[in-house]
Design a protein around this ligand. Structure first.
Ligand code: VG1
Ligand code: CO
Length: 545
């Protein structure tokens, strides 16, 4: 096998963020840019010779080109076999499932997830380990270091592989196997849920569901699983063909970008009783009832509280985990169940050790990611099937289930405010000032609300002892309310400031107050403490979810 070596020089800024490396397509398409990053990943591996790599992505612009390049490089890196999804398609959770089931050495997922796609938008790449989960920080730090010193990359010259045809071909000594992207994943989901009960629910004349795949990767999965396997009527899946630019939209299932789904569920003439959506790479989910949006943090809590109804989890949960900015609703469920609740930094990579160690069964984030120990990624369709399974057993509406949950546990009123595309230097100033203020805040009172503690979240992984600092500034108030500030690690333009607001309301009589109104006192505190308007010139967030 002839390996071609190409000389190269480092690019600055190839530092993976919350979930892999994400940049504009025009950055990724510079000659050598993708190759440098992929080679830097391969240079960190040991023992991959003759082993299997899983490869696929969310179908966005440049996915197809990148896959052909990575295949040639994987052959030079000594992999024995690459399993690639048909047409280059693999959702993030399906990639995780395939890595685990096929005992692969690792996987490369091409996605910028919820970020828009197309020639002027975003592309991304991420490496997953043999457990099916995103590589940890030690690995991604080493990759970044390598990108700064790289001088050559290697490939095996070969013609493009036909990704439309299932079956095997070769590049040099390496086998390229084009696989059905759905099969292994569907088999895994079937082993977790009561498919017969869900099938019955979907056949009921008084139950109608819509799944909005947002022109992203979950279209084929939705068609195969919901319509073909579970018998939901054709047309249940909308926007079900993955498009390189996601139809020009943001494939992010929140009330702003999935507004069409939300309004369909609010329209009584639609006859819809359950709505769901997922993001670019299929790992996030949105759950909507008739005229009722479930907040992702509440969804995690409801999922945990109803574990007994789901075959795979009925025996009991080892523990639950949530990212720090996620609301504490699930903590209350864990307390009642007498199981531990872990608080991790933002990003699924921090759940991996807990899941591998059997310490947590369910995990979730406020950003609409929920999942379990069945894979090592968050999983959009898993969450949707979990809800369908709950609905099939309880025979109540989504709204009834959530309201009943609040009555029992109290309501963690919650919202995230995003300020997008702030100049990076202004964001840095804001955080520098905020961090400086932290020691002076405890004991201060804002409009009758007293600050109990204020810190910068630092996480020590209870399994491997690794330490992650500066994972979000927290202001904790006496009444249990919280304001959290973070900078996004997935954006590709300037900085995105995320402000997370949470307030606990025990009294059911007060659960009805409009969300943003209930959180107004916390918004005022956020402004006073962080001087968002004064520093950034922004008076209102771009997105409230
Ligand atoms: C965001 C979310 C985080 C999520 C990450 C990846 O990160 O807040 O909870 O894990 O996206 O999700 P950040 O750093 O922008 O806040 V996905 O579905 O884009 O892979
Ligand atoms: Co995603």
């Amino acid at each position: 096998m002839k390996i071609t070596t190409v000389g190269t020089t480092p690019f600055s800024g190839q530092k993976p963020g919350t979930s892999g490396l994400r940049k504009k397509v025009r950055v990724f398409t510079q000659p050598g840019y993708l190759e440098n990053f992929v080679q830097s990943i391969f240079d960190q591996l040991e023992g991959q010779q003759g082993k299997t790599l899983v490869l696929g992505g969310d179908g966005r612009y440049f996915n197809d080109v990148a896959i052909q390049i990575i295949l040639r490089m994987a052959a030079a890196a000594g992999f024995g076999r690459v399993l690639v999804g048909r047409q280059g398609i693999l959702s993030t959770p399906a990639a995780s499932a395939v890595i685990r089931k096929q005992r692969a050495f690792g996987g490369i997922i091409l996605s910028a997830s919820h970020n828009p796609g197309g020639p002027d938008d975003d592309f991304g790449i991420k490496y997953n380990l043999g457990n099916g989960g995103p590589a940890n920080e030690t690995f991604t730090d080493a990759v970044f270091k390598r990108t700064q010193e790289i001088s050559a990359y290697h490939l095996v010259e070969a013609a493009d592989i036909d990704l439309g045809r299932l079956g095997e071909t070769r590049i040099g000594e390496m086998i390229v196997c084009v696989i059905d992207p759905v099969a292994d994943y569907l088999e895994l989901l079937e082993s977790l849920f009561d498919f017969a009960a869900i099938k019955k629910l979907l056949a009921r004349p008084d139950f109608r569901m819509r799944f909005d795949a947002m022109h992203a990767v979950n279209g084929p999965y939705g068609h195969a699983i919901l319509e073909q396997r579970l018998g939901a009527p054709l047309g249940t899946v909308v926007n079900g063909t993955p498009l390189p630019d996601f139809g020009g939209g943001h494939p992010d299932p929140n009330p702003v970008y999935a507004a069409e789904l939300v309004s369909a569920l609010a329209d009584p003439t639609s006859g819809l009783s359950f709505g769901a959506a997922s993001d670019g790479d299929g790992d996030r989910n949105m759950i909507v009832g008739r005229n009722f949006i479930v907040s992702p943090s509440d969804s995690l809590a409801v999922i945990a509280a109803n574990y007994k109804l789901i075959p795979a989890y009925a025996k009991g949960l080892a523990g639950v985990a949530r990212s720090m900015p996620t609301s504490c609703a699930v903590d209350r469920v864990a307390a009642e169940l007498g199981i531990p609740c872990y608080e991790t930094p933002t990003g699924w990579k921090y759940f991996g050790t807990l899941l591998d160690a059997g310490m947590a069964t369910l995990c979730g984030e406020e950003s609409a990611g929920t999942g379990s120990n069945h894979v090592r990624e968050k999983d959009g369709l898993w969450a949707i099937l979990y809800w369908l399974n709950i609905l099939a057993v309880r025979n109540e509406s989504v709204e009834q289930i959530v309201r009943e949950h609040w009555r029992h546990f109290g309501r963690n009123v919650y919202s995230r405010h995003d300020y997008e595309g702030i100049a990076s230097d202004l964001a840095a100033t804001l955080f520098a000032e905020l961090r400086q203020k932290l020691p002076t805040l405890p004991g201060t009172t804002f409009d009758g609300l007293r600050v109990k503690a204020a810190d910068d979240f630092c996480y020590i992984d209870p399994v491997d002892g690794s330490r992650s600092e500066q994972q979000g500034v927290r202001i904790l108030l006496d009444d249990g309310s919280r304001v959290v500030f973070r900078l996004s690690g997935t954006g590709t333009e300037g900085a995105t400031l995320r402000v997370y607001l949470e307030r606990y309301v025990a009294d059911p009589a007060r659960h009805e107050v409009p969300l943003q109104q209930a959180l107004a006192p916390l918004v005022a505190i956020a402004e006073q403490v962080a001087r968002i308007a004064a520093i950034t010139g922004r008076n209102v967030p771009d997105v409230m979810s």
